[in-house]
Ligand binder design. Structure first.
Ligand code: PGA
Length: 236
């Protein structure tokens, strides 16, 4: 079970360090079978080996070791922190930062060539959801264009765009329908759900037979709350 916190553009370097310290202490006191991951902002990355119970990851990277890519972070910069896992394909990067499927596929291939663990995010907008499951399925499969899913360090996060940050999670039946469809094709790839996950809905979500974890934004910003979510996943 993967339980991952996506900080997005939240937390400073100092508050990230305090958070990770608290989380690592908690996991030391209450060992978990969950694979706990935290994705801080690029400016708040810390050495991954300082927090042995947590996998630190990068929310974003440029598909190059280094070079002339103003404002971007390459593999050399992530290596310095011992970062070996990344998010790719998040809808905020697809929509706000205008990342195309072609560019996302390049990033994915680069992450794979570095042997990084990848949480690859997919999710449909509201207007597609309103057109029914067939439309959702078509939309989601198109987000696999150029993505070689035959990779043992891949997890896929289904995050309906209309459920992200809105406080309105998808219904458990809607999540189950999509995760079951993905499972039929992706077999052993762990499947996560993301989109307004919180302490009230997590237990039901992680109990779904095709669900292998959750990618959590808002509800994971507070360390104590994230610890609570880990416990819920642990005890499901
Ligand atoms: P949320 O974000 O939990 O705040 O909806 C999830 C995500 O975007 O990964």
């Amino acid at each position: 079970m993967i339980i991952a916190a996506n900080f997005k553009t939240n937390h400073t370097r100092e508050s990230t360090a305090n958070y990770l310290e608290a989380l690592n202490l908690f996991l030391d006191a209450y060992p978990t079978h969950c694979d706990v991951r935290v994705y801080p902002a690029a400016s708040s990355l810390l050495r991954a080996d300082l927090y042995p119970h947590v996998k630190l990851g990068a929310q974003n990277f440029y598909p190059a070791v280094n070079g002339a890519y103003t404002g971007e972070t390459g593999a050399q910069q992530l290596d310095e922190f011992g970062i070996k896992n990344v998010l790719t394909g998040h809808s905020e990067r697809r929509i706000i930062l205008k990342e195309t499927q072609d560019f996302i596929a390049k990033k994915y291939a680069f992450a794979r060539s570095n042997n990084w663990e990848i949480i690859y995010c997919i999710g449909e907008p509201k207007d597609v959801r309103d057109n029914g499951f067939k439309a959702v399925a078509e939309y989601l499969w198109a987000e696999f264009d150029g993505i070689d899913t035959d990779y043992e360090k891949l997890s896929v996060a289904y995050e309906p765009i209309w459920a992200i940050g809105t406080g309105i999670s998808a219904q458990t039946e809607e999540i189950a329908e999509v995760l079951d469809m993905l499972k039929a094709e992706l077999k052993s790839v762990p499947l996560l759900y993301g989109g307004s996950v919180n302490a009230e809905n997590l237990r039901q979500i992680v109990s779904l037979k095709s669900c292998g974890g959750a990618l959590i934004g808002n509800a994971a910003l507070d360390a104590a709350n994230f610890c609570k979510l880990i416990q819920i996943a642990q005890n499901k």
